[in-house]
Write a protein that binds this ligand. Sequence first.
Ligand code: ATP
Ligand code: ATP
Ligand code: MG
Ligand code: MG
Ligand code: MG
Ligand code: MG
Length: 284
Amino acid sequence: MANSEYEYVKREFEYDRHLPPSNWIVVRIDGCHFHRYTFYLLCSIWSPPQAVRYFIFLFHRFSKIHAFEKPNDENALNLMNDCATAMLEKFPDIVFAYGVSDEYSFVFREETQFYHRRESKILSLCVSYFTSVYVMKWKDFFPNKELKEPPYFDARAVCYPNLKTIRDYLAWRQVDCHINNQYNTCFWMLVKSGKSEQEAQLALKGTFAKDKNELLAQQFQIKYDDEPAMFRKGSSVYREKVETTVKTDDYGNPIKRPRLKVTVAHIDIIGPEFWENHQHILRE
Ligand code: ATP
Ligand code: ATP
Ligand code: MG
Ligand code: MG
Ligand code: MG
Ligand code: MG
């Protein structure tokens, strides 16, 4: 690299934060303004000046502009899952990912040396790659919907020092998924049955999980446990050993070998069962 008198601006001012060794690294990304209130309809009939656009922008919701189904748009979730799959295929040091709504958590193996564990490199690569794939794959999941606004995501990195804390992190996200989904399922059933958003909010205020299940069963004949697993459990992405045909023998019979394939599943990751059956994922 050329050495000029200006080179000191890098040497003396740039700092790299290296994430501590022997920690699992979680990168969590989250869609920006995926649900804020929209004046998009207004925008579509009237082309506002820049300053006004800014105020409208403050209220715009990505999910509303693109008419996501409420409470869960299956295509949008599948698009997120496909992006996460692409992440595991691109970055071998990501051993597990968990996603719900507009967020995804990526777990890097404990001893990863990815970019020498430089935080800014890891964060920026993850969030930009995910976002690019989201845009590229949009039309595969929404063939009849134009992408009207560029999606963007924020990202943070958190380190977890041992197996207990990384498992607890993932459990925390899945509990959050459950609580939010149960609330949203009730909320949107009430709204779709004619209540205003404010009335629905009021009806659910102070209710416990049991009350919400009863409300769904009694008013709407819905058994919460029969709702799709993707909505209730979120999505887990990891490598699974699968028998894959690698070639055929002289007689045309398939020759199979176990290969690791990136898999998406909607399973319980709070209890021990999944982890006991997949010990290769979070190996210390
Ligand atoms: P790293 O991943 O470390 O950034 P890199 O391969 O991207 O590695 P850079 O130092 O960022 O390396 O250099 C970018 C290179 O990309 C340039 O040296 C040049 O070869 C190429 N490049 C970027 N933009 C253009 C462009 N507009 N036209 C032609 N070549 C370009
Ligand atoms: P922030 O920029 O702070 O993240 P946000 O508007 O994105 O704000 P979140 O707390 O991240 O708020 O919530 C995301 C919201 O996006 C959900 O509450 C939901 O309304 C909407 N959303 C995301 N994914 C979907 C989906 N697949 N189907 C329906 N709605 C979705
Ligand atoms: Mg450790
Ligand atoms: Mg968000
Ligand atoms: Mg979110
Ligand atoms: Mg470069």
